[in-house]
Ligand binder design. Sequence first.
Ligand code: GLC
Length: 578
Amino acid sequence: MTNAMKAFCDRKFGMFIHWGLYALPGGRHNGKAMETIGEWFQSYFRMPNAEYAEFAPKFNPVKFNADDWIRKASAAGVKYIVFTTKHHDGFCMYDTKVSDYNIVKMTPFGRDPLRELQHACAKYGVKLGIYYSHHLDWHEKDGGDPAPERGLNCGHMHWGNDWDFPNRSEKNFANYFYGKVIPQITELLTNYGEICELWCDCPMDIKPEFSQALRALVKKLQPDCMINSRIGNDCQDFMGLGDNQLLTNKLDYPVESPGTLNSTWGFKYDDHNWKSPEQVISQLVSLTEKNANYLLNVGPTPEGEFTPETDQIFAAIADWIHDKKDAIHATSPNPFPQELDFAFCTAKEKTLNFFLKKNPAELSLSGIHGKLVSASVDFKQDGDQIFLKLPDFHGQFLPLVKLTFDSIPEITKKIIPQNGGMVLGMSIGTIHEVKDEQESRQEIVDEAAVTHIVTTHATYDRDGTIWNWKNTTDYVTWEIEFPEGGEYEVFLFTQTRWKGQPWDGGRLMEVTWNGQSISNILNKDEQLPSFHNLRYVSKLGMLKINKGERGQLTLRTLRIDSKEAGQLNLASVRLMRK
Ligand code: GLC
């Protein structure tokens, strides 16, 4: 891992800022309200460039105060920001010599917000990153215009500007790319000091030569600037997840998950679907323990302020995190081989940090080698087992319990129950592919416009789940051990992949263990929170396990009853002692 990658991973928490001319209409036009994301205003209403440009002389965000934004972000534990220097509308939110279509030249405001943010970031020790729409640019005749087969965004918004420039055959993307993108990225990476991250978007069918040229330029100007995967054509330094997506286990490469505070990125008057501070904090800690960064978005108002809801959420995060920053920033991921059902866990040097999801009176941890010297709760250590007595945390959200050892503790690599529970994430199991007759291949384009070749075989998705497992021959196994016996209830955790995809449990799943077998179709026994997809827990049955038993637990698909059920993503098998 390079130093830049390490620094990227250490930051953990970023603030995305979507701010541009679209904030002014805020999703409303001629008495109609947009149903989709606010920064797509121009495409949604198919507004000609001449008309959209009329927002510029009205854009005067006199309440904008970069210091205020960054102070609030920093108090909430934010270590970097990513600011929209140019979104798909093509309007530049910084002082550029390449195009007059910018905030300094065209608005009465006349200031350069990127420069002011640069200074505020330096003051608070926050790193500066930039969003730049490298492919789509509706202002330019030659801006990216993905092939019609790519469909429409959210079902009805054109990716390219086909309302001002309907003739696709007259478009020459290279003119736009070498005439605007390359010189602007040069300005941005030359005039604003250190840029920690370049955030490209919507690569769609951009040709490899352009992604490669952009990468080469960035690496020449600022080799440590980290590039996201939406640059396209595998030219990235880190993988971006889908919007609001969570992971099911840690991955061993740098990852970032962009998240919204409500349902839009750019400000909208009519979006009141705000997340609670607890939901946001839980996303942050859940990603942190899996080695992923959380890039949480704000959509400032046309006056240049955060909405009151944004302020409240950030103040609540600040309140929660002020005595826990050390357990978040620059930590390493959960050192246990499996996710823990009772806590999120991070590690730093000799300390293990547990953010408790539950508040039982006692907790038992197994397979920890190292002498426990201090803890924030009462403890007893017996060999490689640790017993904790937990106080009543009085409804505190994800309270932190710290265990400090005399040296870096060594955690068993074996999958054994922790506090009576075992979480068998798909990514810590082994997929066994068996050839079968139903085999097929299919090309699927996902919401981040990445093309995947999928077959009927069980395949890892980029969040560590298994998806599109449509055959009945493959199986997944885990090597596990039970130092203590007992009756264990077995659950399957599944989720949908696409936003809007219905969850369909019509598949018969089987778990076998040392001669016992249990099977069930998937019922909606419990729904789990998510902003990205639908997640459910289904009961499979009960296993009787003897003390010291070890072996291979196997998961099979016995039957798939419908098409959607075949597309269901499998996240984990969980065993909980009764
Ligand atoms: C999607 C939207 C884009 C937004 C981005 C943030 O790609 O199309 O408008 O900037 O998500 O992740």
